[in-house]
Ligand binder design. Sequence first.
Ligand code: PBG
Ligand code: ZN
Length: 347
Amino acid sequence: MSEFKAPPLDVSSILHGGIHHPTLRSWQSNGRNLTKSMFIYPIFISDDPDAEEVISSLPGQKRWGLNKLEGFLGPLVKKGLKGVILFGVPMKMEKDARGSAADDPSTPVIQALHLLSKLFPQLMLTVDVCLCEYTSHGHCGILSSLPNPGHSNQPTIEMEPSAQRIAEVAVAYAKAGAHCVAPSDMMDGRIRAIKLGLMHAGLANRCALMSYSAKFASGLYGPFRDAAGSAPSFGNRKCYQLPPNGRSLARRAIQRDAREGADILMVKPSLPYLDIISDCAQYAPDHPTACYQVSGEYAMVVAGAEKGIYGLKEMAFETTESMVRAGASIILSYFTPQFLDWLDEEQ
Ligand code: PBG
Ligand code: ZN
């Protein structure tokens, strides 16, 4: 040892005193604690009423038929599940250029809304609104015949007709009993179009509008597209989803959607975009901030745990708490069923 002797520590240097007990540690959260009511569970609804199909790229998740929903969701509602978001998976329905199957009365999410409102009247029902699961081309809007100016193998979106069509679908879901509609298409002007559509239908005070405001063109949607059969048949979604480098553009999208009538703003994916979650909470402080831990993020956490890199529960908590710390108060998560158990356990 050297001769050097450190001077006595200053009183402000001692941090361990505040974190030696689990309750003390829980008080370090600035009041931002994970609770069951923050979670929305994404559910895939098949048009095969008896389906209970494993989705290999999305471990632990299944495509569910209507006849299986009571048995699947009943126990989760008992454990404190407060909200779900429904995604339609039309396996047998015909797909066309305008996504007619999206709001056909027989479409799986409309059927599921009728059923779930009866089975679980307290459960909050959100429906994802998009065309990609229902269009023959797999894109999220109506396509133009004009070439894309940036690249010949990319789509060009027809702006007004896309927003109108998406609003029509959202209103159909609201009429079928959705408590909240969540457009994920990223078309310009769709929040305004949906809000006006809900007002016109007399439903604006009975259906919330959660905008996927800052949704990035991400490599993390792969397992979802497998699950929902919604991969584009050509090109990609870069001319309507945000570029990952676009922090200022995301702020503009967030502020625009707040002005256009969104009730809740969402950032997606979550873990690589914690700065955007923080911006959303800061730039739209009068709207709740939601974030979506998307399929690829979920699959990454599960895969790492299976490789023995970390414990599953430990990393599910750490990633989810980072989102809450950044500013989210609503979390769309495939881990929701586990959190309903974990949040009852000693931390
Ligand atoms: C549909 C939609 C997608 C997701 C939610 N809604 C996929 C996409 O934009 O291609 C992704 C959700 C997930 O990955 O869990 N537009
Ligand atoms: Zn889409």
